[in-house]
Design a binder for this molecule. Sequence first.
Ligand code: PAF
Length: 282
Amino acid sequence: MLVIHSKQDLDEQLAEWRRQDDHVALVATMGNLHAGHLSLVELAREHAERVVVSIFVNPTQFGVGEDFDQYPRTLERDTRRLKTSAADLIFAPDIETMYPFGLQDATTVSVPRITENFCGASRPGHFDGVTSVVARLFALTQPDTAVFGQKDYQQQLVIRHMSLDLSLPITILTAETVREDDGLAMSSRNQYLTDEERATAPLLYQVLSGVGAKLQSGVRNFEELESASLKTLGDAGFDVEYFSIRRAQNLEIPDRDCDELVVLVAAKLGDARLIDNTVVTI
Ligand code: PAF
């Protein structure tokens, strides 16, 4: 498996694959890979002959006081993990390759409305950072397909919106969330949890699943479900940013007849900010 850092080496490799008529799928990551990322690679491989995994801890999507400095940089371990996966190439650019004009003069890609609530409200500027870096990764790796995880539900909707709106010739796929045995969604940030917090963390998915089951069985008092869940999580020690039932398609407020809902949650537990969701199709 190739590990490439420069645009020139990447261009040469992509040109070689294009000569062979191979399709390319991109899995964009910030590294510190776990089984959730590997499942994205598997799905990518089902849709393309070549899989590129990008590893870049993108500074523009972290707010002031967030964990950009602590974010684990584990390229050697990630490379070992990907060697036994279906990935063909790791693209691990430096900051100059990603932002050739520097961060001050970088072009920003910004998606309106759908970025305003939830993670967009609790992390101002976050989605501008995500769309700007993903647009750059798309331009650099020229994929036919790109795979994102459902755990970052709002992120994958925002990227779909950007790609459609800009007519990018890229198929966006969303891969199911991979969970630990006790239901906790896999995340690079789970390692910030203490042992005690780790024992509490699965409650997030238990509450989500409970609400999902109620919605599935026809319960429609959304506000009551939300406030009861906020209380359960708050009592257990979570500092909940949002717990919300929305239209799965666009995160708008649903009416009683909506047949595709998503239940979204973000909560801090100690130093870890955890997000998760469940989609309910009626
Ligand atoms: O989901 C992530 O890991 C990041 O937001 C992404 C898509 C790699 C952009 O930096």
